[in-house]
Structure formats: structure tokens, C-alpha cells
Design a protein around this ligand. Sequence first.
Ligand SMILES: [Mg+2]
Ligand SMILES: [Zn+2]
Length: 188
Amino acid sequence: MRAIFLDRDGVINENRADYVTSWKEFRLLQGSLEALALLTRCGYRIFIVTNQACINRGLVERTTVDAIHLRLAQIALNHGARISDVRLCPHRPDENCRCRKPQPGMLLDLAHQYDIDLDHATFIGDTLSDVAAGRAVGCQTVLVRSGRGAEQCRMLTDDTPQPDYIAADLLTASRWLCGRRETVLTPC
Ligand SMILES: [Mg+2]
Ligand SMILES: [Zn+2]
């Protein structure tokens, strides 16, 4: 089983300056449903891994966030895409939990539950925290330029975690992962 971990905000849906606290604020990025369907068709199991400190900051109920994810999974299914599971970290940074990215807790939990071979898994995210979490468990990492990605790309130095590849967006990364040879990812 090939597993793919996806960050949510800035990868699947638009990143907001504050937080997504309702379905109304959850805006899918162009091409992301197509990407999820492509990954599903070419045999990847899809896991979403997202930091949602807005929950413990008291800005949104956990049940509301779960409902957003249920709705996303349903829409994805209608487009031929299967999301196997969604993991979220509800903690604020000051809580120093083991799951808030760049910590790899959510990836480790998923790997344990679904028997995922992390050496052959890929993490796609739009921030260096995503890259760090993926690298911490030995995943291949792809930084997308959507969401905060373009800004994060400019912050890359020898001291920051290095993604294995940089892609324009989730659809480009997915085409490449699914072997579309006309798609080229930039090595760092
Ligand atoms: Mg993000
Ligand atoms: Zn956490």
C-alpha cells in the first residue's frame, strides 16, 4: 500500500490568514479534487494531516471541523477520490504536544494504525513544518507553491528542512507521483 500524507490548508483548500471555522470558509483550490481522484486511481491511500490550533484557541468546535472533513470526504467521493483518514492536531503551540507539525506524531500514529511503510510514503505540504514532519519519519517530501508555499520557498536556506521536490500545486505533484512523465518537479 502506497500512502500519501497531505497537509490541508494551502494544499487542498485555500489558506486563510486566520482559520477556516465553517464550511463557507472552506474553499477548494483549483485542481485539488482532480488531484485526489488521480491519486486514488493510481493506488495511493490518502491521509490528511492538519494543524488546527483554532480548536484549542476556542475559535471553533471540534465537531464543526470534523463535519467539514466529512463533507470534504463526501465531495471527494463524488469525484472518484477516497480519503482514507483525517488526523488533526487541536493543540496550541504552547501546549507542546507531540502531534502539532513539525512534530511527526500524527504521521507515526497513522503509520501504526494503517501499517504504512514510511520509507515509501510521501508528504505534500505548503510549509517547512510539513517538510520537517515528513523528514522526521523518513518520508519523501514535496513542497507545493500554493497556499503559503511560494513564501516558504523563498525562506529555504541550508539551515531549514529541505524538501525533496518543489511542485506548483497538488495536481502537478500528483501527476508526477502517478508517473505522468511530461510532468517535471524541480529538485531543490
Ligand atoms: Mg498548510
Ligand atoms: Zn497536537
